[in-house]
Design a protein. Structure first.
Length: 931
């Protein structure tokens, strides 16, 4: 019922304050499910001391003056029912919550219910205070709620069902909320699948190691959380429990070496292998054991298995069953290896061992055998017996001989028959047997093989001793003939007697038997201990030289070869001598001559010929054209051997010769058998001078005594002194003029003057001494003695054995034909030239005499120079090859070899110590110098 109080006044904004309420779904306290109570006085002046007077949807004063306390429901601005109860405003939200089925919790997050109303309060002064109250109710999200019961599953490892399924249910108060379930998971034990609609299934992973590792009775509980979500952050979770009960798993053999093989009497006595096993149950301990399947297996060996699964079969080698296996026979032994876990579950594997039999070799029961034979003995056999047996009763034995080296087989044949009897047959003719020395023993060893028919083998050594006897030497392929020719090289014939003795180590000696007396006149025959024989022809023997051309003479010599035991062998050597033509021997009184331009223009001599061959001791005649020389003309009488040479002095060729020119004209004469001989004539030139003046009266000729025959006192260039064609002249040319003297054929003594003289000794043994000036001296024929003076002289010995003295000055020395002596008497003599040095020939063997040059500077003529060869030697003499066909002979007498005190140049290609005389001083004056 509404009470109206007309006497009250109405005011606003003083004591009643406006209210604004912000409420949430879960923060609002609703009575009877829809009644919301609001305390509008809480913020007004006076608070609860005021009286809540009236409420309404609008601020109509007339309406609000009427008290609503305890009145019926009014309407709010939003149309909700409102009323005052106990000083508070109750709002009935039934209308607003109608679409939420009257459930405030059905509001979704963010949903709002907003409304307002006016209210008045009765103040103490009797006035009414007016204010507006507003409220907002905001929805919040409500989490879903799982309504299905909690599930627990129980599964067993390898028995019973392994899957389960079910349905989860849930609700959410929020209007129109769509729920979704989740929680699918897969782990080592199984897979949980959760559908969005809440349907779930679980599948156990029965093959998973995690599942299989569960031991018998072991429990494994797994919790899987399942969540339902409203999609707005609200969730609810329920746990699905799965309990797995383990069962026992049997062991599993994963790998195995299950076969072995052994051979009877083989090197290996054990066979091994490995059984590898696992058990899925964790912590399980496995044990291994082997039991024989083959009943008699223990007779052949033992089988064991250790805790790791390694099995070992040990062969009982000595057991009769093993040794009883025949060659190639196979015995297979089978064993069961059992693997057991700690709950008694097992796994098994069969292991086989294959045994292969081998043959048992036969055995030889007889002792080692030996035999003896002698070289050359009539008995050439040795024999014996081999006895053998075989443990294998069915085996058949066969005897044979092992191959031997060729060096053993060379002594003989060794055989054995199938009864075991062996025979050695000596090969007495073989070199190996015959090579045995007297008493030498050779031990041969043979191996007899005894084989069964299954490859078994036994051996027995048989030795045979051979004793050697002496064998005589033998002569093999040898040189047993020789051939020589009279007067032809070689003069020695040699050969080799190749003898051998088959006896090893024998020493042979060779000897020539005495030759026939007739043979000794032809030469000597000898042989050394190497078997080399030598025949030396006595080429000068009359018997040899008596052989006619082509005549044969066969000489025979015996050779005896003896071994150290005295056995010998004889061999004949034949030497065939063939005669040759004996060359004629041409001898002469003079086969050389000298002619001089404008001087002696004729020379000659007589040749004689002898020949052992009958009718050939004559000369062949010459055609006239063959007698013409280049500078003159020869004559030759083939009957008498007389020859002559005449110089064509008027010819231009002769007159063109200079004072130092020397030419050679030659004529070759031959005997009937072709033996040749050369006649040489030396043509010497002279300086062409003006015709001499007539002889002066003061030219005094002296008698043939020790005094000069004539003496030139003019002191000018004189005419040629007359020379006697016979007799020996003594001539002194003492003046300073340029004199020319041509001695006669006698033994002349000539002393030159002080000027440049020309002196010719011509024939005879002349003694010519040069004085001052550059003189020219020609000894001509005969053994001349020529000595130079102080100038640069030219000395020519001509033919014969001449002695030429080099003195001071640069002299030119020509020995000519014959064995000449070149004498040097002063250590300071340097610059001489020897133009024709020849040595080593029968008729030409020149020498250089240095005896009068002392090895030091003290003149005693007794201090011998030392030969130094090609090395410069202090106080010695040495040679220097100039490379131009000349050799310098140098000497030192002061100890300083950097300079030579003496030297002479020699035209030759070889100069040795044998060409130089050091200790035979010549006379400085010849005995036949008659001045």
């Amino acid at each position: 019922m509404t009470a109206i109080v007309p006497s009250l006044t109405f005011s606003t904004g003083t004591d009643a304050a406006a209210d604004s309420f912000a409420l949430t779904e879960d923060g609002a306290a609703l009575a009877s499910g829809t009644i919301l109570t609001l305390d509008v006085l809480a913020n007004d002046v006076g608070g609860a001391g005021n009286t809540l007077w009236s409420i309404g949807s609008t601020a109509t004063i007339d309406t609000l003056k009427t008290s609503d306390i305890g009145s019926d429901w009014e309407r709010s601005a939003g149309g909700n029912l409102i009323r005052i109860v106990n000083g508070k405003v109750e709002v009935d939200l039934a209308g607003a919550l109608a679409k939420y089925a009257g459930n405030i919790q059905a509001l979704n997050a963010g949903d709002k219910i907003t409304d307002s109303f006016y209210y008045t309060i009765l103040l103490a002064d009797g006035t009414l205070g007016l204010a507006q109250a507003q409220f907002t109710l905001t929805g919040t999200n409500d989490a879903p709620v799982i309504t299905s019961a909690i599930r627990s599953l129980a599964l067993t490892e390898d028995s019973g069902p392994t899957t389960a399924a079910g349905q989860l249910t849930a609700t959410d108060p929020d209007l129109g909320t769509a729920l979704a379930f989740s929680g699918s998971k897969s782990d080592l034990f199984g897979t949980l699948t959760v559908q969005k609609n809440g349907a779930w299934s679980y599948a156990l992973k029965t093959t998973s190691p995690a599942v299989q590792s569960l031991t018998a009775g072991e429990l494994k509980t797994l919790d899987y959380p399942v969540t339902v979500s409203d999609g707005k952050g609200g969730t609810a979770t329920q746990t699905l429990s799965v309990t797995i009960t383990g069962t026992n798993d049997a062991p599993v053999i994963t790998s195995a070496r299950t076969a072995g093989a052994l051979t009877e009497d083989g090197k290996a006595a054990t066979a091994t292998g490995k059984i590898t096993a696992t058990d899925a149950d964790h912590g399980t301990i496995l044990t291994f054991a082997a039991t024989p399947i083959t009943e008699d297996a223990p007779k052949y060996g033992t089988m064991t298995v250790d805790a790791t699964g390694k099995w070992t079969f040990t062969l009982a080698k000595a057991s009769p069953e093993v040794q009883g296996l025949a060659k190639g026979e196979v015995k297979v032994l089978s064993y069961t290896v059992t693997v057991t876990d700690d709950l008694g579950s097992t796994a098994q594997k069969t292991v086989t061992v294959t045994l292969t039999g081998t043959n048992d070799a036969p055995t030889i029961t007889s002792a080692q055998k030996a035999g003896f034979v002698d070289e050359g003995s009539p008995t050439t056999q040795a024999a014996g017996q081999i006895v053998a047996a075989d443990a294998d009763l069915t085996d058949k034995l066969a005897f044979s001989v092992a191959p031997v080296k060729s060096t053993v087989a060379a002594f003989g044949d060794f055989t054995v028959d199938q009864t075991g009897r062996w025979v050695f047959e000596l090969n007495n003719a073989s070199k190996a047997v015959q090579a045995l020395a007297n008493g030498e023993q050779k031990i041969l060893t043979y191996t007899v093989l005894v084989a069964d028919n299954k490859g078994g083998l036994a051996k027995q050594v048989v030795s045979v001793t051979i004793t050697g006897t002496n064998d005589a030497p033998q002569i093999g392929t040898s040189t047993t003939t020789g051939a020589l020719t009279e007067d032809a090289r070689p003069f020695i014939s040699s050969g080799k007697i190749n003898a051998s003795d088959i006896d090893r180590g024998d020493v042979l000696t060779f000897a020539a038997t005495p030759a026939l007396p007739e043979n000794t006149q032809y030469g000597s025959f000898s042989i050394d201990n190497a078997g080399r024989w030598t025949f030396v022809l006595n080429k000068a023997a009359a018997a040899v030289q008596a052989l006619a051309a082509g005549e044969k003479k066969v000489l025979e010599y015996g050779i005896l070869v003896t071994d150290k035991a005295g056995d010998d062998v004889y061999q004949t050597v034949s030497i065939t001598l063939t005669g040759a033509n004996d060359a004629a021997v041409i001898t002469n009184s003079n086969t050389k001559g000298v002619v001089v331009e404008d001087g002696s223009t004729a020379t000659g001599g007589i040749l004689s010929v002898t020949d052992r061959d009958s009718g050939e001791a004559i000369f062949k005649a010459h055609a006239e054209t063959a007698l013409a020389g280049q500078y003159g003309h020869f004559t030759f009488d083939a009957q008498t051997g007389a020859w002559s040479y005449t110089l064509d002095n008027a010819s231009a060729a002769v007159q063109a010769l200079g004072a130092t020119d020397s030419k050679l004209d030659s004529l070759v004469v031959t005997s009937a058998d072709g033996t040749a001989h050369t006649i040489n004539v030396t043509v010497k030139g002279m300086a062409d001078i003006a015709p001499p003046p007539p002889p002066q009266p003061n030219l005094t000729l002296l008698g043939p005594s020790s005094a000069p025959d004539f003496s030139d006192r003019l002191g000018t260039n004189d005419v040629t002194a007359p020379s006697s064609t016979v007799g020996s002249d003594n001539v002194i040319l003492p003046d300073g003029g340029t004199d020319f003297y041509n001695a006669g054929p006698g033994n002349d003594s000539v002393v030159g003057g002080r000027a440049d003289d020309s002196i010719y000794g011509n024939d005879g043994n002349d003694a010519i001494v040069s004085s001052a000036g550059n003189d020219r001296i020609d000894g001509g024929a005969g053994n001349d003695w020529l000595r130079s003076g102080s100038g640069s002289d030219s000395l020519s010995g001509g033919t014969g054995k001449d002695t030429l003295f080099g003195d001071t000055g640069a002299d030119t020395l020509s020995g000519g034909e014959g064995s000449d002596m070149f004498v040097f008497i002063k250590a300071d003599d340097r610059g001489d030239l020897i133009t024709d040095f020849k040595s080593g020939f029968v008729f030409e063997d020149d020498k250089i005499n240095l005896t009068r040059i002392d090895a030091d500077s003290t003149l005693q003529f007794t201090q011998r120079l030392v030969w130094g060869g090609t090395t410069a030697t202090a106080h010695g003499v040495w040679t220097i090859d100039n490379g131009d066909g000349t050799i310098t002979l140098a000497a030192d007498n002061d100890g300083d070899t950097t300079t030579a005190e003496f030297w002479v140049k020699v035209v030759t290609t070889s100069l040795t110590e044998s060409n130089v005389i050091f200790d035979n001083p010549p006379d400085l004056q010849p005995p036949y110098l008659g001045l």
